[in-house]
Design a binder for this molecule. Structure first.
Ligand SMILES: Cc1cc2nc3c(=O)[nH]c(=O)nc-3n(C[C@H](O)[C@H](O)[C@H](O)COP(=O)(O)OP(=O)(O)OC[C@H]3O[C@@H](n4cnc5c(N)ncnc54)[C@H](O)[C@@H]3O)c2cc1C
Length: 356
């Protein structure tokens, strides 16, 4: 395990925000975790590629970064079982699968981050969610100090959700994910730009189109700091969706797996508020993708938080829909959220005014 102190996180978060962590502990093997003592006097948080995080301030604790690598393929008759180390780069893994003839993950190409983070928020794109391919997750429980092998059911997957965001948050470090890729491959081309493909499209054609469209539509974090979709697509009761459809006939409204609920497109709601290009300090609603907030160069974390607040407030005032952020907010003591951070900034401003 490598440990560094007062570590700059600029290159460890895709927003490229200039924040620090008191300690960064890099885990390279399972024994590192077994020997790791949970700090009693300060918080800890698990960091992978930092592409779904907003560090709202300097982190006053230990960041644990799993960098275990390796792949193993097992022929399981009608499917390939592929065990992958948590630290492997997700897009490189998807590309490797395609080259080996293991198909299914191509719709999820070019999503930044590491393999170990994919079950955490059940990554999804172009009509596919990674849960559809997860067979097993291996994690070390830092509190019980024991290994756990979790099935798909154990992971309690939902839309951008899993047990790792709730009961197992910060306690379970994922070291390995096993994916099941059926040999009888079925293309998924019913979503968005993929509809342009013919039913005989190959996995490579899907992969190429996904990469092409994503490169055109989404800002590259290495050029313009961002964390992808900032807000989740909100689910609303069917009655509210019907009322909105009457008031806004162009509003995209989607079915969900949950009875009595419909899903709205967060990007469309933000765009309708005329917020594309809107800036707070160095943070901006992306000019082309309203759902993405970007760091134009010198944004502070506070700029991004205040811009997110402005977006959420305007959407709520216009449509009566409260957006929930998909990006995880990390404060000095661990995970926080938009409301808590805004309150904290207000307190800080009041204290400064009172000269405390
Ligand atoms: C340009 C861009 C496009 C994106 N597009 C998509 C998209 O289409 N679909 C989508 O779903 N997401 C998308 N994202 C979000 C992001 O890429 C994914 O959420 C990704 O899985 C995060 O991976 P990461 O390695 O960066 O994780 P991090 O951001 O470092 O961590 C994310 C969360 O997972 C936890 N975590 C990470 N690794 C582990 C581990 N080994 N054990 C336990 N917990 C862990 C962390 O504690 C944290 O809570 C996009 C992001 C960007 C910047």
């Amino acid at each position: 395990m490598y440990i560094s102190s007062q570590q700059s996180l600029v290159s460890f978060n895709s927003f490229a925000l200039n924040v620090t962590a008191q300690q960064l502990a890099v885990v390279t093997c399972e024994a590192d975790l077994e020997q790791f003592e949970l700090p009693q006097d300060k918080p800890h948080f698990i960091l992978a590629g930092g592409s779904n995080l907003l560090f709202c301030e300097n982190f006053d604790g230990v960041l644990l970064k799993p960098e275990l690598t390796g792949k193993e393929v097992i022929d399981d008759g009608d499917a390939w079982l592929i065990r992958v180390g948590a630290g492997e780069n997700w897009h490189e893994f998807v590309t490797w699968c395609l080259a080996q003839g293991y198909f299914g993950l191509e719709n999820l190409a070019l999503i930044p981050g590491c393999v170990g983070a994919t079950p955490v928020q059940n990554i999804g794109a172009y009509g596919v969610e990674v849960k559809d391919f997860i067979e097993q997750v291996k994690a070390f429980d830092l509190t019980q100090r024991q290994w756990q092998w979790m099935s798909k059911d154990d992971c309690q997957f939902g839309y951008r959700d899993s047990v790792f965001k709730h009961a197992f948050k910060d306690s379970h470090v994922i070291v390995e994910v096993t994916y099941r890729l059926p040999k009888q491959w079925q293309p998924v081309i019913s979503y968005g730009d993929l509809k342009a493909l013919t039913p005989s499209a190959s996995a490579s054609e899907i992969y190429d189109l996904v990469c092409q469209v994503r490169s055109q539509k989404l800002p590259d974090p290495s050029e313009l700091g961002n964390a992808g979709s900032f807000f989740k697509n909100p689910a609303v009761p069917e009655a509210q969706a019907q009322a909105l459809a009457i008031a806004y006939p162009d509003m995209p409204i989607y079915d969900t797996a949950i009875a009595g609920q419909k899903k709205l497109a967060a990007g469309w709601l933000i765009d309708q508020c005329g917020l594309k290009g809107r800036k707070v300090g160095g943070a901006q609603v992306h000019q082309q993708q309203a759902l993405v907030l970007v760091n134009t160069g010198a944004a502070s974390a506070k700029d991004v938080v205040e811009l997110a607040w402005l977006v959420r407030t305007q959407v709520a005032e216009r449509f009566g829909v409260l957006l929930e952020h998909e990006v995880r907010f990390i404060g000095a003591q661990g995970e926080t959220n938009l409301d808590e951070m805004m309150l904290k900034y207000e307190h800080q401003a009041l204290e400064a005014e009172c000269g405390e």
